[in-house]
Design a protein around this ligand. Structure first.
Ligand code: ADP
Ligand code: MG
Length: 203
């Protein structure tokens, strides 16, 4: 079972990973965007860790809805509302249970990913965070590790794609040959999830 502490640890692991990879994310965003993705997410996940530490939400759903709200209010740029929606919608789908099964979480996460698609209007293959999130959501029903691998592979597979949504789409064919920053950070989020589960609490 997964309790609130598991989700707090997932958010902390994501924040640490974003901190470590911020320069890389910004570098990717400087090739096909406006060079702010690393700093956007750094600001967002710093706020998430602070809020989750301060409010100590007691349920998995409350941890994720709080985290989502922080991302929406602190991250300027497209990725804030999109990641915020992912976590809020996932949290909402988890309801008020004190503990959830990995299966319940997989279903809730799939609802969160679907909400990102609705908000941003992107589909698989548009070279966005969804190219990591969609395969991850599909694989999450089987294992956390599988979801992390699927997210990483999905992010790497954005390199040859032409962007059809977001700032990178303004570049047209010139967006080809670069890995999407948002798909890369989405892989970090799912990898942090798999590490959190492997460190105990994902049974
Ligand atoms: P901005 O583009 O406003 O500077 P960020 O740099 O923080 O915002 O985030 C850019 C990332 O957001 C992109 O790499 C892409 O993955 C994601 N993104 C942008 N628009 C969309 C969309 N409509 N749907 C899904 N993801 C999107
Ligand atoms: Mg940007």
């Amino acid at each position: 079972m997964l309790d609130a502490d598991f989700f707090r640890r997932w958010m902390a692991a994501t924040a640490a990973s974003v901190e470590r990879e911020a320069d890389h994310l910004t570098e990717l965003d400087s090739a096909i965007g406006d060079a702010d993705h690393g700093s956007n997410l750094q600001r967002g996940f710093t706020a998430v860790t602070a809020a989750v530490g301060k409010d100590a939400p007691a349920t998995p759903g409350a941890v994720l809805t709080l985290a989502g709200r922080q991302l929406i209010s602190t991250v300027g740029g497209a990725s804030g509302p999109l990641y915020g929606t992912l976590l809020r919608r996932t949290g909402k789908a988890l309801g008020e249970e004190a503990e959830v099964t990995p299966d319940q979480f997989a279903q809730a996460f799939a609802a969160g990913v679907a909400a990102v698609g609705q908000l941003g209007g992107a589909q698989a293959g548009d070279k966005t965070m969804l190219d990591a999130l969609l395969p991850a959501a599909q694989a999450l029903g089987s294992s956390f590790e599988g979801a992390a691998n699927a997210a990483r592979a999905g992010a790497e597979a954005t390199v040859p794609l032409q962007a059809r949504k977001g700032r990178a789409s303004y570049l047209g064919e010139r967006s080809i040959g670069h890995q999407d920053p948002g798909a890369t950070s989405a892989a970090l989020l799912v990898e942090a999830l798999a590490r959190t589960a492997a460190d105990g609490g994902g049974a």
